[in-house]
Design a protein. Structure first.
Lengths: 116, 119
């Protein structure tokens, strides 16, 4: 069966440390993968997109890696701050004959708590 | 600055009483989506519009309908809400560009959501 798995347990880290969140998938052939941030009671906010032919993407303190052999994406926040505390969702779009579908399939998210 | 607006933010309805949630966008995006998200779960796609073309997910109950009268607006109608329909409903938009060689999809922009309570 098709699955997208993220750590269901909350990740607690100290301010200033690097947070690493994991997204694993099975039985998908993603054209690209995205990471979103979701605060309680709010809609997800797009952070980064990485395509199947890309190994790594960076944006300020954020870094995403994509390993299609391992079927895994890692999301890193360096120099984490309490304001980074939120749920982080990964989402993938499958490849189709035209390149990629326009539908995202989301994971359940990982709650990150950064302690001051 | 609001780009994707959802109204109302909180909606309370009674069991079986029809309810309509609305979404509007100022991005002029051609694709609009409706997701259902229950507590601690992944957003689940209900349906989406590509321009005026309606695309229903296979497992979306018939109780859920949608209308898109123009590019800017999209509505979610729940004909007879049950207790299990209590959730956050998220509207999202994206701009899709197609070419002869590739179908490139842009990122999705979400609204703040409507929290639906069914009594």
């Amino acid at each position: 069966s098709q699955k997208i798995e993220q750590n269901s347990e909350a990740l607690n880290i100290q301010e200033g440390k690097t947070a690493t969140l994991t997204c694993n998938y099975t039985n998908y052939s993603p054209a690209y993968l995205q990471w979103y941030r979701q605060d309680p009671g709010r809609g997800p906010v797009f952070l980064l997109l990485i395509r199947e032919n890309e190994k790594e993407k960076r944006k300020e303190r954020l870094k995403v890696t994509f390993d299609t052999t391992l079927k895994q994406s890692l999301f890193h926040i360096t120099a984490s701050q309490p304001a980074d505390s939120a749920t982080y969702l990964c989402a993938l779009a499958e490849r189709n004959y035209g390149g990629a579908t326009n539908k995202l399939i989301f994971g359940t998210g990982t709650l990150l708590a950064v302690q001051p | 600055d609001a780009m994707v607006i959802q109204n109302p933010r909180y909606q309370v309805t009674q069991f079986g009483k029809p309810v309509t949630l609305s979404c509007s966008q100022t991005l002029n995006h051609n694709v609009m989506y409706w997701y259902q998200q229950k507590s601690s779960q992944a957003p689940k796609l209900l349906f989406h519009y590509y321009d005026k073309d309606f695309n229903n997910e296979a497992d979306t109950p018939d109780n859920f309908q949608s209308r898109r009268p123009n590019t800017s607006f999209c509505f979610l109608d729940i004909r007879s809400p049950g207790l299990g329909d209590a959730a956050m409903y998220l509207c999202a938009t994206s701009r899709e560009v197609t070419s002869i060689l590739a179908f490139r999809t842009d990122t999705q922009y979400f609204g703040p959501g409507t929290r639906l309570t069914v009594l």
